[in-house]
Design a protein. Structure first.
Length: 191
C-alpha cells in the first residue's frame, strides 16, 4: 500500500501516513478480539494516542505543507478517542491554527488552551497522552492496557533521550533543548 502511494504521489509524507493508517487500522482490528473490559480500556488509551497523531498531522498538513482540507483529512486515522470522523472533517476545514484549536472538543481543548504554536501544541498533546498512559498504568483493571501505558511512557522517555543525545552531538543550546522537550517551569508537574 505504501509503495503504491509513493509511486502515484511521490510524496514521503503520504507514504508515512499510509503506513501509519495501515498499522493503527490493523491494531484497532486486533483489539476487537480482546474480551470486553480489555477491549474498552485499550481502545480508550490507543484512541488518545491516535488523537495526538491526527491533530499533529492535521496542523502540519494544513498550515505547514499547505495541503487542502480534503487531502489533509484523507491522510488521517479515523478512529480516535475524542476526534471522530465528523470532528476531523470539521477541523480540517479551519482556516487558521487558532481557529482549529478553538474548535476542538473540550476534553482536548482544555489541555491546549495556552498553546500559541504548533510545537507547544505537540508538547501539550504529548503531556496529555502521558497523563492518560500513567492513569491507565496505575488504575486500569486490564493488564494489557497497563502494559501499553508503560510502553507509551517508556517510548516518550526514549524519545527525550534521543533528542538530548542529538542536541549534545550538534552542540545545541541547552535552553533550546529544554524548550523543545517542554521543560519550562511547571511543565512536568504531573511527574
Amino acid at each position: 500500500q505504501a509503495r503504491r502511494v509513493f509511486e502515484s504521489e511521490h510524496d514521503l509524507h503520504a507514504v508515512e501516513a499510509a503506513i501509519d493508517q495501515h498499522y493503527y487500522g490493523r491494531l484497532l482490528n486486533q483489539l476487537k478480539k480482546l474480551p470486553g473490559p480489555d477491549r474498552e480500556a485499550m481502545t480508550q488509551l490507543l484512541g488518545v494516542l491516535i488523537d495526538k497523531i491526527n491533530l499533529s498531522w492535521m496542523v502540519r498538513y494544513l498550515f505547514a505543507y499547505k495541503l487542502s482540507s480534503s487531502e489533509s483529512y484523507y491522510h488521517l486515522i479515523l478512529s480516535g478517542r475524542y476526534l471522530k470522523r465528523n470532528t476531523l472533517l470539521m477541523l480540517s476545514a479551519k482556516e487558521s491554527f487558532e481557529e482549529l484549536l478553538e474548535s476542538l472538543p473540550e476534553q482536548i481543548k482544555q489541555h491546549l488552551m495556552k498553546c500559541d504554536t504548533p510545537l507547544q501544541m505537540e508538547q501539550h498533546l504529548e503531556k496529555f497522552v502521558r497523563l492518560k498512559a500513567r492513569k491507565h498504568m496505575k488504575c486500569s483493571h486490564s493488564i494489557i492496557t497497563r502494559a501499553l501505558g508503560y510502553l507509551l511512557l517508556r517510548e516518550c522517555d526514549l524519545n527525550h533521550i534521543r533528542t538530548l543525545c542529538m542536541g549534545k552531538k550538534h552542540d545545541l543550546d541547552p535552553g533550546l533543548l529544554r524548550t523543545s522537550l517542554g521543560h519550562r517551569a511547571g511543565a512536568f508537574s504531573e511527574e
